[in-house]
Design a protein around this ligand. Sequence first.
Ligand code: CMP
Length: 226
Amino acid sequence: MVELSVVGILAGLDQVALADVERHINRKTFSAGAQIIEPESDSSDVYLILSGKVRIVNYSLSGREITLEEIGAGGCVGQLSAIDGEPRSACVLAVTNTDVAIVSPANFEKIVKNHPSVAWSVIRELARIVRTSTRRIVDVSTLGANERVVAEILRCSQIEIAEDGSAMLSPVPVHSEIASRVSTSRETVARVMGTLARNGLIAKVELGLYVPNVQRLEEFLSESIH
Ligand SMILES: Nc1ncnc2c1ncn2[C@@H]1O[C@@H]2COP(=O)(O)O[C@H]2[C@H]1O
Protein backbone atom coordinates (compact mmCIF):
# COMPACT_ATOMS: atom_id res chain seq x y z
CA MET A 1 0.00 0.00 0.00
CA VAL A 2 1.40 3.41 -1.01
CA GLU A 3 2.16 5.66 1.98
CA LEU A 4 0.33 8.99 2.23
CA SER A 5 3.72 10.65 2.78
CA VAL A 6 4.28 10.59 -1.04
CA VAL A 7 1.67 13.35 -1.34
CA GLY A 8 3.33 16.76 -1.69
CA ILE A 9 0.86 18.73 0.42
CA LEU A 10 1.25 16.23 3.30
CA ALA A 11 5.07 16.29 3.21
CA GLY A 12 5.45 18.29 6.44
CA LEU A 13 3.35 15.94 8.58
CA ASP A 14 4.79 13.54 11.17
CA GLN A 15 3.69 9.91 11.53
CA VAL A 16 0.97 10.73 14.08
CA ALA A 17 -0.56 13.40 11.84
CA LEU A 18 -0.34 11.12 8.79
CA ALA A 19 -2.11 8.36 10.72
CA ASP A 20 -4.83 10.89 11.56
CA VAL A 21 -5.21 11.82 7.86
CA GLU A 22 -5.31 8.10 6.97
CA ARG A 23 -8.48 7.81 9.08
CA HIS A 24 -10.15 10.50 6.96
CA ILE A 25 -9.56 9.08 3.48
CA ASN A 26 -10.86 6.35 1.18
CA ARG A 27 -8.49 4.66 -1.19
CA LYS A 28 -9.55 3.84 -4.74
CA THR A 29 -7.91 2.72 -7.99
CA PHE A 30 -9.02 4.18 -11.33
CA SER A 31 -8.20 2.29 -14.54
CA ALA A 32 -6.39 4.06 -17.37
CA GLY A 33 -8.89 6.18 -19.29
CA ALA A 34 -11.41 6.44 -16.42
CA GLN A 35 -12.90 9.79 -15.53
CA ILE A 36 -11.91 10.74 -11.96
CA ILE A 37 -13.59 14.15 -11.84
CA GLU A 38 -16.64 14.93 -13.96
CA PRO A 39 -17.62 18.59 -14.21
CA GLU A 40 -21.33 17.70 -14.03
CA SER A 41 -21.10 15.84 -10.71
CA ASP A 42 -22.00 17.50 -7.40
CA SER A 43 -19.02 16.00 -5.59
CA SER A 44 -16.32 18.29 -4.18
CA ASP A 45 -14.00 15.49 -3.06
CA VAL A 46 -10.25 16.05 -3.18
CA TYR A 47 -8.05 13.37 -4.80
CA LEU A 48 -4.52 12.80 -3.55
CA ILE A 49 -2.60 10.91 -6.23
CA LEU A 50 -0.65 8.04 -4.71
CA SER A 51 0.55 6.42 -7.95
CA GLY A 52 -0.07 6.79 -11.67
CA LYS A 53 -0.81 9.89 -13.72
CA VAL A 54 -3.86 12.06 -14.40
CA ARG A 55 -4.66 14.60 -17.09
CA ILE A 56 -6.64 17.76 -16.38
CA VAL A 57 -8.69 18.71 -19.42
CA ASN A 58 -11.25 21.22 -20.57
CA TYR A 59 -13.17 21.38 -23.83
CA SER A 60 -13.48 24.24 -26.30
CA LEU A 61 -16.93 25.22 -27.63
CA SER A 62 -16.18 23.15 -30.74
CA GLY A 63 -15.41 20.14 -28.54
CA ARG A 64 -11.63 20.18 -28.90
CA GLU A 65 -9.86 18.75 -25.84
CA ILE A 66 -7.45 21.16 -24.16
CA THR A 67 -4.97 19.68 -21.71
CA LEU A 68 -4.34 22.06 -18.83
CA GLU A 69 -1.82 19.88 -17.06
CA GLU A 70 -0.68 16.34 -16.34
CA ILE A 71 -0.09 15.46 -12.71
CA GLY A 72 1.68 12.39 -11.35
CA ALA A 73 2.11 10.65 -8.00
CA GLY A 74 2.26 13.10 -5.11
CA GLY A 75 -0.10 15.61 -6.72
CA CYS A 76 -3.53 16.71 -5.67
CA VAL A 77 -6.64 17.51 -7.75
CA GLY A 78 -10.15 18.63 -6.92
CA GLN A 79 -9.06 21.16 -4.31
CA LEU A 80 -10.70 24.13 -6.08
CA SER A 81 -14.30 22.98 -5.55
CA ALA A 82 -13.46 21.81 -2.03
CA ILE A 83 -12.14 25.29 -1.21
CA ASP A 84 -14.81 27.51 -2.81
CA GLY A 85 -17.81 25.19 -3.16
CA GLU A 86 -18.18 26.16 -6.84
CA PRO A 87 -18.69 23.59 -9.64
CA ARG A 88 -15.69 21.69 -10.95
CA SER A 89 -13.42 23.80 -13.14
CA ALA A 90 -12.20 20.93 -15.34
CA CYS A 91 -12.37 17.20 -16.01
CA VAL A 92 -9.73 14.90 -14.58
CA LEU A 93 -8.91 11.64 -16.42
CA ALA A 94 -6.66 8.77 -15.39
CA VAL A 95 -3.84 8.48 -17.96
CA THR A 96 -2.50 5.26 -16.42
CA ASN A 97 -3.97 3.06 -13.69
CA THR A 98 -4.06 5.51 -10.81
CA ASP A 99 -4.29 4.98 -7.05
CA VAL A 100 -5.84 7.86 -5.15
CA ALA A 101 -6.78 8.79 -1.61
CA ILE A 102 -10.16 10.53 -1.60
CA VAL A 103 -10.80 13.22 1.00
CA SER A 104 -14.26 14.72 1.51
CA PRO A 105 -14.41 18.54 1.42
CA ALA A 106 -15.27 18.63 5.15
CA ASN A 107 -12.26 16.46 6.02
CA PHE A 108 -10.03 18.45 3.64
CA GLU A 109 -11.01 21.62 5.50
CA LYS A 110 -10.32 19.94 8.85
CA ILE A 111 -6.88 18.73 7.74
CA VAL A 112 -5.96 22.16 6.30
CA LYS A 113 -7.12 23.96 9.46
CA ASN A 114 -5.35 21.53 11.79
CA HIS A 115 -2.02 21.56 9.97
CA PRO A 116 -0.51 24.92 8.93
CA SER A 117 2.12 23.13 6.79
CA VAL A 118 -0.68 21.56 4.70
CA ALA A 119 -2.43 24.94 4.39
CA TRP A 120 0.80 26.55 3.19
CA SER A 121 1.40 23.75 0.66
CA VAL A 122 -2.14 24.12 -0.69
CA ILE A 123 -1.55 27.88 -1.07
CA ARG A 124 1.78 27.27 -2.85
CA GLU A 125 0.06 24.83 -5.20
CA LEU A 126 -2.60 27.46 -6.00
CA ALA A 127 0.20 29.95 -6.73
CA ARG A 128 1.77 27.43 -9.10
CA ILE A 129 -1.56 26.94 -10.91
CA VAL A 130 -1.96 30.72 -11.33
CA ARG A 131 1.58 31.02 -12.73
CA THR A 132 1.10 28.15 -15.18
CA SER A 133 -2.28 29.48 -16.28
CA THR A 134 -0.81 32.98 -16.77
CA ARG A 135 1.94 31.58 -18.96
CA ARG A 136 -0.67 29.72 -21.01
CA ILE A 137 -2.78 32.88 -21.47
CA VAL A 138 0.29 34.84 -22.58
CA ASP A 139 1.32 32.06 -25.01
CA VAL A 140 -2.14 31.73 -26.53
CA SER A 141 -2.58 35.49 -26.91
CA THR A 142 0.89 36.33 -28.21
CA LEU A 143 2.17 33.27 -30.11
CA GLY A 144 0.87 31.69 -33.28
CA ALA A 145 0.07 27.97 -33.31
CA ASN A 146 3.46 27.05 -34.85
CA GLU A 147 5.37 28.95 -32.17
CA ARG A 148 3.25 27.42 -29.40
CA VAL A 149 4.24 23.94 -30.60
CA VAL A 150 7.94 24.88 -30.56
CA ALA A 151 7.52 26.55 -27.14
CA GLU A 152 5.94 23.36 -25.75
CA ILE A 153 8.77 21.14 -27.06
CA LEU A 154 11.22 23.68 -25.63
CA ARG A 155 9.51 23.58 -22.21
CA CYS A 156 9.69 19.77 -22.12
CA SER A 157 13.36 19.93 -23.24
CA GLN A 158 14.26 22.44 -20.52
CA ILE A 159 12.98 19.97 -17.90
CA GLU A 160 15.11 17.13 -19.36
CA ILE A 161 18.22 19.15 -20.27
CA ALA A 162 21.55 17.30 -19.87
CA GLU A 163 24.98 18.79 -19.08
CA ASP A 164 25.93 18.96 -22.76
CA GLY A 165 22.86 21.10 -23.52
CA SER A 166 20.94 18.31 -25.26
CA ALA A 167 17.67 16.74 -24.11
CA MET A 168 15.95 13.40 -24.61
CA LEU A 169 12.16 13.38 -24.39
CA SER A 170 11.17 9.82 -23.73
CA PRO A 171 8.80 8.49 -24.92
CA VAL A 172 8.37 10.63 -28.05
CA PRO A 173 5.59 13.12 -27.24
CA VAL A 174 2.39 12.09 -29.02
CA HIS A 175 1.26 14.67 -31.61
CA SER A 176 -2.33 14.71 -30.37
CA GLU A 177 -1.13 15.35 -26.79
CA ILE A 178 1.04 18.30 -27.77
CA ALA A 179 -1.88 19.61 -29.87
CA SER A 180 -4.17 19.34 -26.86
CA ARG A 181 -1.67 21.12 -24.59
CA VAL A 182 -1.16 24.09 -26.92
CA SER A 183 -4.68 24.34 -28.36
CA THR A 184 -3.92 23.48 -31.96
CA SER A 185 -4.47 20.61 -34.39
CA ARG A 186 -2.48 17.37 -34.73
CA GLU A 187 -1.70 18.34 -38.31
CA THR A 188 -0.04 21.59 -37.15
CA VAL A 189 2.08 19.66 -34.65
CA ALA A 190 3.14 17.16 -37.34
CA ARG A 191 4.05 19.98 -39.75
CA VAL A 192 6.05 21.95 -37.15
CA MET A 193 7.89 18.85 -35.96
CA GLY A 194 8.74 18.06 -39.59
CA THR A 195 10.25 21.54 -39.98
CA LEU A 196 12.23 21.18 -36.75
CA ALA A 197 13.55 17.78 -37.87
CA ARG A 198 14.60 19.14 -41.29
CA ASN A 199 16.48 21.94 -39.50
CA GLY A 200 18.32 19.39 -37.30
CA LEU A 201 16.68 20.77 -34.16
CA ILE A 202 14.97 17.50 -33.19
CA ALA A 203 15.42 13.86 -34.22
CA LYS A 204 13.38 10.75 -33.52
CA VAL A 205 15.75 8.12 -32.14
CA GLU A 206 15.22 4.75 -30.50
CA LEU A 207 15.06 6.22 -26.99
CA GLY A 208 12.66 9.05 -27.80
CA LEU A 209 12.76 12.54 -29.25
CA TYR A 210 16.31 13.90 -29.20
CA VAL A 211 16.95 17.63 -29.00
CA PRO A 212 20.69 17.97 -29.75
CA ASN A 213 20.95 21.60 -28.64
CA VAL A 214 18.19 23.11 -26.49
CA GLN A 215 19.68 26.59 -26.82
CA ARG A 216 19.48 26.41 -30.62
CA LEU A 217 15.83 25.47 -30.31
CA GLU A 218 15.33 28.50 -28.05
CA GLU A 219 17.05 30.73 -30.64
CA PHE A 220 14.92 29.24 -33.43
CA LEU A 221 11.78 30.11 -31.43
CA SER A 222 12.85 33.67 -30.70
CA GLU A 223 13.81 34.18 -34.38
CA SER A 224 10.41 32.95 -35.53
CA ILE A 225 8.66 35.30 -33.09
CA HIS A 226 10.59 38.40 -34.19
N1 CMP B 1 -5.29 25.43 -14.86
C1 CMP B 1 -5.18 24.38 -14.04
N2 CMP B 1 -3.97 23.91 -13.70
C2 CMP B 1 -3.84 22.85 -12.88
N3 CMP B 1 -4.89 22.20 -12.33
C3 CMP B 1 -6.10 22.63 -12.63
C4 CMP B 1 -6.32 23.74 -13.49
N4 CMP B 1 -7.64 23.93 -13.59
C5 CMP B 1 -8.22 22.97 -12.84
N5 CMP B 1 -7.31 22.19 -12.26
C6 CMP B 1 -7.53 21.02 -11.38
O1 CMP B 1 -8.64 20.29 -11.93
C7 CMP B 1 -9.60 20.17 -10.91
C8 CMP B 1 -11.04 20.07 -11.38
O2 CMP B 1 -11.87 20.06 -10.23
P1 CMP B 1 -11.76 21.30 -9.20
O3 CMP B 1 -12.20 22.52 -9.89
O4 CMP B 1 -12.39 20.95 -7.93
O5 CMP B 1 -10.17 21.41 -8.94
C9 CMP B 1 -9.41 21.46 -10.10
C10 CMP B 1 -7.91 21.48 -9.97
O6 CMP B 1 -7.46 20.50 -9.06
